[in-house]
Write a protein that binds this ligand. Structure first.
Ligand code: AMP
Length: 395
C-alpha cells in the first residue's frame, strides 16, 4: 500500500511517498515559492535530484504539479494515482476537539478553520493543501495528523494558565503543545530501544531544531510539554523568544508603539538565537563563531543549553522516575557540542554521557555505563509517523 504524506507551509509544500509494505520512502520533494515569482519543484528519487521551474500561483497548482511529477513516466514513482491508497496531511493545530489523527470530513475542516486563530500561518496553508487534494483526487481518503494531538493527555494542572479561568472557557486559551508527531515517534522508538512496553516508560523527549520543545512523557503519554497556546512558549529557539515575563510585551508595545502584529513578528521571527546573537539563527554558524571567540555567539549557545537543562531538571521533578532522555531534531541529532553541554554537570542527577559514544549523528545510546538514566539520540521521523497513522485509518 502506498501513502503520500503532505506537509503544507504558507509558501512551500513538502511531500514523501511511502511504500508501507516495508515503510520505504519511494521518493520525496518540495515545491518552493508558492504564490511568489520563481516557483519550482525539487524532486528526489533514489538519491537523484531533479529541479524544475513551474507555475504555482496557489496550493492547488502546486499539488497538481506534485501529482504530475510522481506519475511521470520517466522519473515518477507510480504509474497512476490509483496506486496511492490515501494522503496524510500534517496539520498544526487541532485544538481540544481533535485529539488524535483522523479521517478528514467537513467537521474536521471546520475545526482546523476555527484554530486558525492560534495557528495563523500554518492552519490556513494546511487547509489549502487538503482542499487541493480533495479537488484534484476526489474520493481519495485524506487523513489529518495534528502537531497538538500527542499532548492532549496532559493533565489540566499542566495546561491551564494562571489567568482568569473565563478566558479558557471563552477562547480555549491554554497550553496545547506542538511537535507532537515527533515526540510520539521518539516515544515509540525509545520503548523499542529500552525493550519495554510503551505504557511502562517515563522519558524526556528533547526535540531541538529551528523550533525546539521538550516533553515529559509518563507511562508513554505526554504529561507536560514546553510549547504552549502557540509554538512560541518554552525554550528560546532559532528566531522565537520562548518564555518571557509578559510585561516585556506590554512595556515594548507602549514604549515603541508596536501593534500586536508587529510584536508577534518580533517575538516569532526576530528573537531567540538570532535576536540575541544578532548574527544567525543557525546553530552551525553560532558554534563556528563561538569557537572563533565571538562572545555574543557564546552567550547565545550558553542561554540555549541552560534553558534546555533547566527544563530537563523540571521534568525530572515532575516525572519522579526517568528511564531515558532522548535527543532529536537538527540540533539534537547533529550537534555533539550542544548535547554534551546540555547534560554537563548533571552527573549527581544520574545523567552522564560518554564522549566517544556521543560522537555520532545516528540513532545511538550515548550515556556511559555509569549513567542511571540512559541518554539516546533518536532521529525523528514525523513523515513516517503520519504515513503510519494514515495507513491505520484507511486500510
Ligand atoms: P531542524 O529545524 O530540525 O531542521 O534543525 C535545524 C537546526 O539544526 C539549525 O539550527 C541547524 O543549524 C542545526 N544543525 C543542523 N546540523 C547541525 C550540526 N552538524 N551542528 C550543529 N547544528 C546543526
Amino acid at each position: 500500500m502506498k501513502i503520500l504524506v503532505i506537509n503544507c507551509g504558507s509558501s512551500s509544500l513538502k511531500y514523501q511517498l511511502f511504500d508501507m509494505d516495508n515503510e520505504e520512502v519511494l521518493g520525496k520533494g518540495i515545491v518552493e515559492r508558492i504564490g511568489i515569482d520563481g516557483s519550482r519543484i525539487k524532486h528526489e528519487v533514489d538519491g537523484e535530484k531533479f529541479v524544475q521551474d513551474i507555475v504555482a500561483d496557489n496550493h492547488t497548482q502546486a499539488i497538481e504539479k506534485v501529482f504530475e511529477v510522481i506519475t511521470d513516466e520517466e522519473n515518477g514513482l507510480v504509474s497512476s494515482l490509483d496506486e496511492i491508497t490515501a494522503i496524510g496531511h500534517r496539520v498544526l493545530h487541532g485544538g481540544e476537539e481533535l485529539t488524535e489523527s483522523t479521517l478528514i470530513d467537513d467537521h474536521v475542516k471546520e475545526v482546523i478553520k476555527e484554530y486558525v486563530k492560534f495557528g495563523p500561518l500554518h492552519n490556513p496553508a494546511n487547509l489549502m493543501g487538503i482542499e487541493a487534494c480533495e479537488k484534484i483526487a476526489p474520493g481519495k481518503p485524506n487523513v489529518a495528523v495534528f502537531d497538538t494531538a500527542f499532548h492532549q493527555s496532559m493533565p489540566a494542572m499542566n495546561y491551564i494558565y494562571g489567568i482568569p479561568y473565563e478566558y479558557y472557557e471563552k477562547y480555549r486559551i491554554r497550553k496545547f503543545g506542538f511537535h507532537g508527531t515527533s515526540h510520539k515517534y521518539i516515544t515509540k522508538r525509545t520503548a523499542e530501544l529500552l525493550e519495554k512496553p510503551e505504557d511502562e516508560i517515563n522519558i524526556i523527549t528533547v526535540h531541538l531544531g529551528n523550533g525546539s520543545s521538550l516533553s515529559a512523557v509518563k507511562n508513554g503519554k505526554c504529561f507536560d510539554t514546553t510549547m504552549g497556546l502557540t509554538p512560541l512558549e518554552g525554550l528560546m529557539m532559532g528566531t522565537r523568544s520562548g518564555d518571557l515575563d509578559p510585561t516585556v510585551l506590554t512595556f515594548l508595545m507602549e514604549e515603541e508603539g508596536f501593534t500586536p502584529a508587529e510584536m508577534n513578528s518580533i517575538l516569532n521571527k526576530k528573537s531567540g538565537a538570532l535576536g540575541v546573537s544578532q548574527m544567525s539563527s543557525d546553530f552551525r554558524d553560532l558554534e563556528d563563531a563561538a569557537e572563533e571567540g565571538n562572545e555574543r555567539a557564546k552567550l547565545t549557545l550558553d542561554m540555549f543549553s541552560q534553558r534546555v537543562r533547566k527544563y530537563i531538571g523540571a521534568y525530572m521533578a515532575e516525572l519522579g522516575h526517568v528511564d531515558a532522555i532522548c535527543f532529536s531534531g537538527g540540533i539534537g541529532e547533529n550537534s555533539l557540542i550542544m548535547r554534551a553541554d546540555i547534560v554537563s554537570g548533571l552527573e549527581e542527577l544520574g545523567i552522564e554521557i560518554d564522549a566517544e559514544r556521543n560522537n555520532t549523528r545516528k540513532e545511538a545510546l550515548i550515556s556511559s555505563d555509569n549513567s542511571r538514566i540512559k541518554v539516546f539520540v533518536v532521529p525523528t521521523n514525523e513523515e513516517l509517523m503520519i504515513a503510519r497513522d494514515t495507513l491505520e485509518l484507511t486500510k
